[in-house]
Design a protein around this ligand. Structure first.
Ligand SMILES: [Zn+2]
Length: 275
């Protein structure tokens, strides 16, 4: 088994606050979910797309033998919230105000679209986070401060970004793709780049949790900016979807999860809509 077809876990200890990352196989888009483990509690971030991975992530969380305080859902793409229904429906789920509505509105259609391909590997219904947060607020959970921010018009219409100032961690989720191809379905290259520049400017934050791929530092944020600039330039030359994929793959032969192209080309080239 390799990281292509098996999960990976990475644990980083910040003076007793442990940050766990549970990564899906690269063949399955390397979805990255995380656990913030403080003295008495666990806080989870995102829940995977495929039911077996959501259940494996839950198994890992339960093995830590601390109560799960809550789960944050970063945004309204199904690879982040399908697992709420398949493994975590009994826990309190939180997201930014507005993202709950996106999940409620789009979720059932997402299930319908994906069922023919994935069958029992995805849930039959959507669980919508019941708790909502306001951007630019913060709270302390088990001694650790969580700062909530809204990122708009980057990888998705709206997403939650969380800063943990005491340990210099940014939970960036799909604002950052680490070592894997980016999902470019919306084509909002410039806004995405400017949001990544905000991450670069955040002094004192050097451990960044991506939504796909391994935790990274600011070099990888830079790599995402370069990738978006190259993709924007290729896209501006009006290629076909196939030409775009071939050219971007040629520029980045060593980035993982090339299946990402098959997940977004239909959106970027206009046959399907997303949010
Ligand atoms: Zn994603």
């Amino acid at each position: 088994m390799t990281s292509q077809n098996s999960t990976s876990t990475i644990v980083k200890d910040f003076n007793g606050v442990k940050v766990h990352t549970f990564l899906a196989p690269y063949e399955a888009a390397a979805n990255a979910t995380h656990i913030i483990e403080t003295e008495n509690k666990l806080v989870l971030i995102d829940t995977h797309f495929l039911t077996p991975l959501a259940q494996a992530f839950k198994g890992y969380a339960l093995s830590l033998n601390k109560p799960i305080d809550r789960i944050f859902i970063s945004h309204g793409h199904p690879d982040h919230y399908f697992g709420l229904a398949s493994a975590f429906s009994e826990y309190a789920a939180f997201t930014l105000q507005g993202i709950d509505k996106v999940i409620a509105e789009w979720g059932p259609q997402m299930i319908k679209n994906q069922k023919p391909m994935f069958g029992d590997l995805i849930p039959n219904e959507v669980v919508v986070p019941k708790h909502t947060l306001m951007p630019n607020t913060e709270e302390v959970i088990d001694g650790l401060t969580y700062q909530y921010e809204l990122v708009e018009g980057a990888e998705s219409e709206a997403q939650l970004l969380i800063k943990l100032p005491q340990i210099g961690v940014i939970i960036a989720q799909d604002l950052v793709y680490s070592g894997v191809h980016l999902w470019l379905g919306m084509g909002w290259f410039d806004k995405w780049i400017s949001e990544l520049e905000n991450v670069l400017k955040a002094d004192g934050y050097n451990y960044i949790l991506a939504g796909h791929g391994l935790p990274c530092g600011k070099d990888e944020v830079m790599n995402c900016i370069y990738y978006l600039k190259i993709a924007k330039e290729l896209y501006s030359e009006n290629p076909t979807a196939e030409e775009f994929k071939t050219q971007l793959l040629a520029k980045y032969p060593y980035r993982e999860s090339p299946m990402m192209f098959d997940m977004y080309l239909g959106f970027l080239f206009g046959q399907m809509s997303s949010h």
